[in-house]
Design a protein around this ligand. Structure first.
Ligand code: AMP
Ligand code: MG
Length: 491
């Protein structure tokens, strides 16, 4: 007997498989999205659809809109909600997909296995007090920022579509409801391991570790101690990821352990934002009162989350508890070095430095210090560094002294300026999702039903390293008085 989803009218090129759903019952719950009043396609990511082997034209009709809200199912989908836990602002909680439903894994023509998830399709057994719903603004924000991150060359979940529900969601006020279709390497989180560790279920931990190794770290599955290989592999990808975030001035905002994906992708865009003026203490999230997830805290928090991951792995890391602890500690100690390695490499690239000198970190930090003191714009300062800096820029004595030091450093490497400039342009974006521009585009979309500003912004952010033809407003720091300093989760 074919299941209803196998009879779906919307084929579109989907090729679903369900390896996660085949894991033991404690890993997930079978669920059905709760139908909504009026499914309406708001945004479809055509280039992404094409790269997944899907036919964008087949994803535009009313049936597809119904699939994007969960009223209908794409051919072959079999919805589940995943179980997980997580340390939220330091406290462990049992969570799970309270407002997300996994349709399955789409197998792409290129041979990738990618989770297809609806975010906001109604209640699940993990919803606790929540309504399982999402508001249009936050879903458009996740779409915009995740696609911007992808174009910046940073590992991230992607956004295939946003569909309106035609129903309000009630937060502090009624807001238009929407569902985001998220594409991810997987949704396995540090919190997924914590869930089974908290239950004391070593067998489930073993199954999950095996599954994660096969799906994301096949090379490490062959190592002498694969679980240690997994820990080290996850640490390495997180070290690289956080350095990437900091290279472009990204503040995630809620680095809870349930928002740390083992694939190494950036996941769960809530109150995230990009720095304007450089200040490592920058916090955007309205609920982060103590600056736990401030820009400059991100490496430390990543290390803290990875320590929770290592703890969860202890029962399967080694049969002897003391040996397990020693292995975990030794691995965790390597995080600072791993991060520093990626961060200094990013800073060298941002400064056009190809060779290695011990003083390079100090050179970069001196510039960051100056930027902090003068409230210089992070993106604009790096993008506009050049050997023949304008006289106006050099009027600042501190900057001028730093600039001399930098050009002397560049003179000690063989690469000509043209190559230096190319390296810098490839690592210093010209445009980022400026907070004031993001807020304006979201306001137009959510209050005036006008999606055009958002589409313009998306087009600009699709080529962030290229200033040609970009809107003036995006190439420059925000005009005085406009910086956005608070963002909201919208949950
Ligand atoms: P997040 O802040 O999006 O990372 O979510 C943290 C946890 O809260 C996850 O378990 C979510 O599934 C859950 N959650 C967030 N919003 C809702 C909602 N509106 N209804 C039910 N659960 C939610
Ligand atoms: Mg989350």
């Amino acid at each position: 007997m074919p299941t209803p989803s196998e009879l779906s009218a919307v084929q579109a090129g989907w090729h679903f498989d369900h390896s996660y759903a085949q894991l033991p019952p404690s890993f997930h719950s079978r669920v059905h999205p709760t139908p909504v009043a009026e499914p309406r396609l708001v945004l479809l990511n055509r280039p992404l659809a094409q790269s997944l082997g899907l036919d964008p034209a087949a994803l535009c009709g009313p049936d597809a809109a119904a699939c994007f809200t969960g009223n209908q199912m794409f051919a072959g989908a079999a919805p589940i909600a995943q179980a997980y836990a997580g340390h939220q602002f330091g406290n462990l909680a049992r969570l799970g997909d309270g407002r997300a439903i996994l349709l399955g894994e789409h197998l792409t023509p290129a041979g990738q296995r990618l989770d297809i998830q609806l975010k906001g399709p109604g209640r699940t057994p993990y919803s606790r007090g929540g309504d399982g719903r999402a508001a249009l603004g936050p879903m458009l924000r996740e779409y915009l920022v995740s696609e911007a991150m992808h174009a910046l060359g940073i590992p991230t979940t992607r956004s295939l579509a946003v569909a309106g529900t035609g129903e309000p969601v009630f937060r502090e006020q009624p807001l238009p409801g929407a569902v985001l279709t998220r594409v991810a390497a997987s949704h396995i989180r540090v919190g997924t391991f914590e869930y089974f560790a908290a239950l004391g279920d070593a067998e489930a931990l073993r199954v999950l570790a095996d599954y994660t190794l096969r799906r994301h770290y096949p090379d490490r599955a062959e190592s002498e101690n694969p679980v240690l290989g997994l820990l080290e592999g996850v640490m390495e990808r997180q070290a690289s990821l956080i350095a990437h975030w900091m290279r472009v001035g990204f503040v995630h905002g809620v680095m809870n352990t349930d928002n740390m994906a083992l694939s190494g992708e950036t996941i769960d865009y809530g109150p995230c934002a990009f720095l304007d003026a450089y200040n490592p203490a920058t916090v955007f999230s309205s609920i982060d009162h103590h600056g736990r997830y401030a820009f400059g805290q991100q490496p430390r928090i990543a290390a803290w989350n990875l320590a929770r991951f290592a703890e969860a792995l202890l029962p399967i890391l080694h049969p002897e508890p003391e040996a397990a602890l020693a292995l975990a500690n030794e691995a965790l100690e390597s995080f600072a070095t791993r991060f520093q390695h990626h961060w200094i490499a990013a800073l060298r690239a941002k400064l056009g430095i190809f060779t290695e000198e011990p003083e390079d970190a100090d050179l970069a930090e001196a510039l960051l210090r100056w930027m902090h003191q003068t409230r210089a714009d992070y993106t604009h300062t790096f993008r506009n560094l050049r050997a023949d800096q304008t006289p106006a820029a050099l009027a600042d004595a501190v900057f001028s002294a730093w600039h001399r030091r930098w050009t002397e450093r560049l003179a000690r490497q063989p690469q000509p300026w043209a190559e230096v400039a190319r390296l810098m342009h490839a690592h210093n974006p010209a445009v980022i999702p400026r907070n004031h521009e993001v807020e304006a585009a979201l306001a137009a979309a959510t209050t005036a039903n006008n999606i055009a500003p958002l589409e313009h912004l998306l087009a600009a952010l699709a080529r962030p390293y290229d200033e040609a033809g970009q809107p003036e407003g995006l190439l420059n720091p925000p005009p005085p008085g406009t910086p956005v300093c608070r963002t909201f989760c919208g949950t």
